[in-house]
Design a binder for this molecule. Sequence first.
Ligand SMILES: Cc1cc2nc3c(=O)[nH]c(=O)nc-3n(C[C@H](O)[C@H](O)[C@H](O)COP(=O)(O)OP(=O)(O)OC[C@H]3O[C@@H](n4cnc5c(N)ncnc54)[C@H](O)[C@@H]3O)c2cc1C
Length: 275
Amino acid sequence: MIRAFFQPTEIEEALRLGRELGDSAAFLAGGTELNAGYASPPPNLISLARLDLGGIEKRAGLLAVPATHTIQRILDAPGIPPVLAKACRNIVNRNVRNMATIGGHIACRKSCSDIIPALVALQASMEMTLVATGEEKSCPVMEFVESALPGALIRRVLVPDESGRGVAIESYTRSGNDMSIITVAASIGFQEDKVERPILVVGGVAKSAVRLEDLESSIDGGPLPPLEEIEERVKESVSPISDLRGSAELKRHLAGVLMARALGRAAKAKEGGER
Ligand SMILES: Cc1cc2nc3c(=O)[nH]c(=O)nc-3n(C[C@H](O)[C@H](O)[C@H](O)COP(=O)(O)OP(=O)(O)OC[C@H]3O[C@@H](n4cnc5c(N)ncnc54)[C@H](O)[C@@H]3O)c2cc1C
């Protein structure tokens, strides 16, 4: 049960409360996760709603998106990379998008997140402050998702706005009002006809989104293999579990098919069209 609800107006105050209350507190953003029936929030909530993190800033080569921006606000903002806009649109409906924030979304590290794979493929990073020490830190979104980094207040998500690479996402959902079962993102560059530093991300096959690093390095520097081969190799690379949302076999199949499709589209869009 929630005992105390704090509404700091300054980041320093939010951090001080976080430090003092420790594990008995959580930052509350849109509350779509913390207030969901199945979640058990800690007794103290530190609302981020009154912090003024400003608007989306254009910096050299990137967009700095405040962590407290809702998914809908990002979707409505001008100049958002099309792949990020598409990922935001995949969050089930406007009611959820109006509440859920990008910071809360990343902090949840959900397995089948619609947005994390897109951010990783776009090579996005984050600015945050560690609650315990006040140290400011930035790291790629994937590093945050993979780490068990506790107690950080995410302040901004930094999304490169031009990379000259092709990026595409694909997902599969049982209905328009359900979370995706599998989400994938592919980013690819070319040096003449050789694949350059591919990024292949799959959500829904592990505790949080994963990069297929072995497959990435095996196709780096060579011609793009046939997409049928990519499909088979992705199926061999992932180890999903069977659950209510689908069997392991179905998820493995979807991951392969969707990644082959995304990579094919990313390769076609390498001049930047699809971003
Ligand atoms: C009905 C429903 C449908 C959904 N559909 C989809 C879907 O289709 N696709 C999809 O990908 N996701 C979906 N989600 C998940 C949703 O996107 C996440 O729940 C949401 O983005 C979390 O953001 P929030 O602001 O509500 O987080 P909150 O619930 O406020 O917080 C979640 C966690 O993040 C922490 N946190 C929040 N902000 C910060 C910050 N700035 N720094 C550090 N920690 C922070 C909190 O302490 C808490 O641990 C759905 C959720 C619901 C409830």
